[in-house]
Design a protein around this ligand. Structure first.
Ligand code: FVH
Length: 284
């Protein structure tokens, strides 16, 4: 079934969202601060609104995908949100999502927040995921429509949940990059091929290590950090060796030094016999 949808914000992501919805046969109205970005979408059949308020008025579902929450608020300010579902796919913090939800509902609208776990090129293709939180009735009403963009995953009524999980996923990714980049610098310090090392050794190793994280997650949930493999003291010594080896090779340990510092702190507080999972408690 065709749905009326307005998209506010036609950067790389907003344009990809609008394009996928048009391709799926929905009636799409678009608005962007700089009007030129609407032209390719108009050529694909989108209606171009003259103002953000006009775009809000055109459809019961209003998707906002702009730089940040301040820009989201600027674009929606003054528009009549009565009876609209505002889906904010802009990146932000849980507190910002909760504040935005209160503001939208205070103006008569219904609010959904979303975290896009994809780059624009992945929108509408398998592998793309969008995390949603906020109004359950709004999510259920538009779930099938939104499935055109990416696999939809609803996390709960608290609007802060989608950004929380989004930021946690990004945190995992940046941690992985920190490890990869440090490993790459170490290999490059001996003029060895980083590409070959990454493909033949590092990626299989990281896959094997990723497999032990769900049990670690269960330990963190249970607050039980007993281990029969390498405990924190063993890992502390390993990181001390790594730090020294990086120095020997003339490579900075800056990306991993904070992990070593937290581990040392935890061990100094008498938790050397624990599993690595205990570090999550130290961070809190
Ligand atoms: N691109 C990606 O891979 C990531 C994937 C995960 C989710 N992010 C988030 O999506 C939001 C938009 O990202 P984007 O990639 O579309 O970003 P840009 O291409 O730089 O477009 C930015 C749009 O925001 C508009 N904008 C900026 N400030 C304002 C404002 N004060 N009032 C109204 N609109 C504003 C900008 O308009 P213009 O410069 O073209 O006039 C663009 O439409 C973002 O939260 C990512 O973190 C994307």
């Amino acid at each position: 079934m065709s749905t009326d949808i307005s998209i506010i914000g036609l950067g790389l992501m907003g344009s990809a969202l609008a394009g996928a919805l048009l391709k799926a046969g929905h009636r799409v109205t678009v608005w962007n601060r700089s009007a030129a970005k609407a032209e390719p979408l108009a050529a694909q059949g989108a209606v171009v609104a003259a103002t953000a308020a006009e775009a809000v008025g055109a459809s019961p579902l209003v998707v906002v995908c702009v730089l940040d929450y301040a820009a989201t608020r600027q674009t929606l300010e003054g528009a009549d949100l009565t009876g609209r579902v505002v889906l904010n796919l802009t990146n932000g913090r849980p507190a910002e999502a909760r504040e935005m939800s209160a503001w939208v509902t205070g103006h008569g609208g219904d609010y959904l927040d979303g975290g896009i776990m994809a780059v624009p090129q992945m929108i509408g293709a398998p592998g793309a995921l969008v995390l949603y939180s906020g109004s359950r009735p709004a999510f259920e009403r538009y779930e099938d429509t939104l499935a055109v963009l990416a696999e939809p995953r609803y996390l709960g009524a608290d609007p802060g949940l989608a950004p929380l999980y989004d930021l946690a996923m990004l945190t995992g990714m940046y941690g992985q990059f920190a490890g990869f980049l440090s490993a790459a610098a170490l290999i490059a310090s001996e003029k060895r091929s980083v590409a070959e090392f990454t493909e033949s050794l590092l990626v299989p190793w990281l896959h094997a290590m990723a497999a032990i994280t769900p049990p670690m997650g269960a330990q963190i949930d249970a607050g039980d950090h007993a281990t029969d493999v390498s405990n924190l003291e063993v890992n502390r010594v390993a990181l001390t060796t790594l730090d020294a080896a990086f120095r020997d090779q003339g490579v900075t340990f800056d990306l991993l030094a904070p992990l070593k510092a937290v581990m040392e702190r935890r061990v100094a507080r008498g938790h050397g016999d624990e599993d690595m999972s205990g570090l999550a408690e130290e961070l809190r």
